[in-house]
Design a protein around this ligand. Structure first.
Ligand code: XUL
Ligand code: CO
Length: 434
């Protein structure tokens, strides 16, 4: 036992004063015709929860963890035990990891690959024992110094090949652990200055990389839903997958839409100058909403702080988009979030996930009220009513042309618009928050 001070976390209702209980997350509760647990397929991120030391540019690691063993492999094995204990205690059904999170990298690629075999055998056993599933895995091709200039967009072909090898293994692992999705976050796929960058070559190489991954996945008879995770900056100044729209245009250009959906992250959206709900809507209207990385940024900080989500209003707007899009399909809600440096106790890992899960549960309950009340739906109907008949209907049906519109406009008197009453509309959201 690693979290020996913690019992299984249960739903105790809003009046509970037990910090180790869910006050809103009630897995079995029916919401909008579906179990809350099915609306909110939560996943825990291995990297933030198991390997993060709590260090920052000004300070050393602070996190108190009790899974350190005699050597790296021993620690890695203990981590798996602790991780599954946490998943079970929190009643979370999914998890996500990078290759480097779960196994020591050894002295060369061969050693890394065989460590991965050892560790995934152990993880598979735990999965079979608990019924916990792999939401997605990915290859970390950005931390090691060899990736200093990128991976699949590196100017160095050997780095490209090395990254491909990690992805090949990642897909083998996905098959072994029956992963539902496979993620590509373009860690250092971007650039600092055009003076030394062949953007066209780098983007073409990136597209070929994805095509090779698809071909390989098909060849091993395991094609998970591929996900690209947009992020505008950090670590590079210009990341190629800037935001949902940019990433979709890349996928369209290289004919990859069939295989990829998007993994959208709240803090990446805000770094791009968007809201999370904007990114989700852009994906949804392009049939590309795949999965989400749940976290939040800090308006006062301009980088990726990956806080656990605690803002109910913001989360409600995101969940509203997810529900309107028909849910996440085989995707899920991965807490790509880390405890703050001053939350260094083991128990903080539990409290942080409870906070995130209760925030999403409150958001879902708020969305239920929004949908049942139809207030915003009615606003939409009224706002676009000019397209229901007459010239508006012709525009929608593609049955007019610019000459007809010209003649039509000449006959118009001064046009009057309706006020949008934006303040009233926005403040109405507060009435639904749980
Ligand atoms: C980095 C980030 C990653 C990806 C997986 O900002 O979000 O953790 O989610 O590589
Ligand atoms: Co992420």
């Amino acid at each position: 036992m690693y979290f020996d001070k913690i019992d299984k976390v249960k739903f105790e209702g809003v009046d509970s004063t037990n910090p180790y209980a869910y006050r809103y997350y009630d897995k079995e509760k029916l919401v909008l015709g579906k179990r809350m647990g099915d609306h909110l397929p939560f996943a825990i991120a291995y990297w933030h929860t198991m390997t993060n030391g709590g260090d920052d540019p000004f300070g050393d690691s602070v996190n108190k963890r009790n899974w350190y063993g005699d050597n790296e492999l021993d620690t890695a094995k203990k981590r798996v035990d602790a991780f599954f204990e946490l998943l079970v205690k929190l009643d979370v059904e999914y998890f996500c990891f990078h290759d480097v999170d779960i196994a020591p990298q050894g002295n060369n690629l061969q050693e890394f690959m065989s460590n991965l075999d050892v560790m995934t055998d152990i993880i598979k056993e735990k999965m079979d024992e608990t019924g916990i599933k792999l939401l997605w895995n990915t290859a970390n091709v950005f931390t090691h110094p060899r990736f200093v200039n990128g991976a699949a967009t590196s100017p160095n072909a050997d780095v490209y090949a090395y990254s491909a090898a990690q992805v090949k293994k990642g897909l083998d692992i996905s098959k072994k652990l029956n992963g539902k999705n496979y993620v590509f976050w373009g860690g250092r796929e971007g650039y600092e200055t055009l003076l030394n960058t062949d953007m066209d070559l780098e983007e073409k190489n990136l597209a070929s990389f994805y095509k090779m991954a698809i071909d390989y996945a098909k060849s091993i008879d395991h094609l998970p839903q591929f996900l690209l995770e947009p992020k505008p900056k950090e670590p590079t100044k210009h990341q190629y997958d800037f935001d949902a729209a940019t990433t979709l245009s890349f996928l369209q250009k290289y004919d990859l839409m069939e295989y990829f959906k998007l993994n959208l992250e709240a803090n990446h959206a805000t770094l791009a100058g968007h809201t999370f709900e904007h990114e989700i809507r852009v994906a949804a209207i392009n049939n590309s909403l795949g999965s989400i990385d749940a976290n939040q940024g800090d308006l006062l900080l301009g980088w990726d702080v990956d806080e656990f989500p605690t803002n109910v209003a913001d989360t409600t707007l995101a969940v509203y988009e997810i529900i309107r899009a028909g849910g996440l399909g085989v995707g899920g809600i991965n807490f790509d979030a880390k405890v703050r440096r001053s939350s260094f106790e083991m128990e903080d890992l539990v409290l942080a996930h409870i906070a995130g899960m209760d925030t999403y549960a409150r958001a879902l309950l708020s969305v239920e009220k929004i949908i049942e009340d139809k207030f915003f739906e009615k606003i939409l109907e009224k706002r676009y009513h000019s397209y229901n008949n007459g010239i508006g209907k012709k525009i929608i049906d593609g049955e007019t042309n610019i000459l007809e519109l010209y003649e039509y406009a000449l006959e118009l008197n001064e046009i009057e618009n309706d006020s949008s009453h934006i303040e009233y509309v926005k403040s109405k959201l507060n009435d639904y928050l749980v």
